[in-house]
Design a protein around this ligand. Structure first.
Ligand SMILES: [Zn+2]
Length: 290
């Protein structure tokens, strides 16, 4: 089977795993028919399964888009994005059979440069055959410059670049599976972290430090949202008024032909009294229509 096709199947396997109810319903339908199964027999179950898979994929991309918009707006991240990977991330990609050069740009939906540092390469080399696969993957990527002429531990090197990126123009997304490094990165304001889980690349939730780092901006956003709400509300009022005006004319549907009904009318009769006033008596009668 060609590699690309194998990868696509693996991607679907992950998405299908997130729809257990739909998968087992489709499975039971197929197995109940056994050899008698004909094309289209389990169409309804299959459609439900596909809907679930599509929904999950959309959800994942929507979340990534929301997080990236946050970093773009608050921390001046602009495409092409620079993703700095470490050895642990390359190793996880190898184990999960993920093609990073394909999966990461697809997930970030923007042009992406995958990068690593000399310190990461040197550290992987130290591990020898144990991490040889990860080293091969890491060596495919561009080398981001770091100031360590004597190589440092990969986690220290990436944390250093993340700190420098926080105040500098060159921004990095850091991709790692190293829990200790992740914790450190979460304290550096404005650092997006990527990791691999369920055979897929994901962006970490926005850290508290990053959130508070832009709280001033968030207040501005809140004010803008309130202003937008006010404008929308006043616009709604104007539109409602306009709609009322439109209602002015007679509704043609209500212009039904008059139906003449036999009505009850009062017939005035009576004689004048001594004072000249008419003495009224009322007589009820029915006027028949012609
Ligand atoms: Zn370094």
């Amino acid at each position: 089977m060609p590699k690309a096709q194998q990868q696509r199947l693996l991607n679907y396997a992950t998405s299908i795993a997130k729809c257990p109810t739909e998968t087992s319903a489709y499975g039971s339908c197929v197995s109940a028919q056994a050899e008698r199964i004909k094309q289209g027999d389990c169409n309804a179950e299959f459609k439900k399964l596909i809907d679930c898979v599509t929904k999950n994929l959309k959800k994942k991309l929507k979340r990534a888009n929301r997080l990236l918009t946050f970093y773009k707006y608050n921390y001046k991240f602009v495409p092409p994005f620079r993703v700095l990977v470490d050895g642990t991330f390359c190793n996880a990609a190898l184990q999960e059979k993920l093609n990073l050069a394909e999966q990461i740009p697809k997930y970030l939906t923007e042009e992406t440069h995958l990068m690593t540092t000399n310190c990461v390469i040197k550290e992987l080399e130290k591990f020898g055959p144990l991490l040889y696969g990860a080293l091969v993957i890491a060596k495919q990527f561009e080398i981001a410059e770091c100031p360590h002429s004597t190589p440092k531990a990969a986690s220290d090197c990436l944390a250093h670049l993340a700190r420098r990126a926080a105040s500098g123009k060159t921004k990095y997304l850091i991709a790692t599976q190293d829990d200790e490094l992740t914790e450190k990165l979460r304290t550096i304001v404005g650092t997006p972290i990527m990791y691999i889980k369920f055979k897929t690349v994901l962006l970490d939730n926005i850290s508290e430090a990053t959130k508070s780092g832009c709280s001033r901006d968030e207040n501005e956003i809140k004010k803008l949202k309130e202003l937008k709400k006010e404008i929308l509300e006043s616009k709604n009022v104007v539109e409602k008024k306009k709609k009322k005006k439109k209602k002015g004319g007679a509704n043609p549907l209500s212009c039904k032909k008059k139906v003449m009904k036999a009505s009850v009318e009062t017939i005035r009769t009576g004689e004048r009294t001594a004072t000249g006033k008419r003495k009224r008596t009322k007589k009820k009668g029915t006027i028949a229509e012609e």
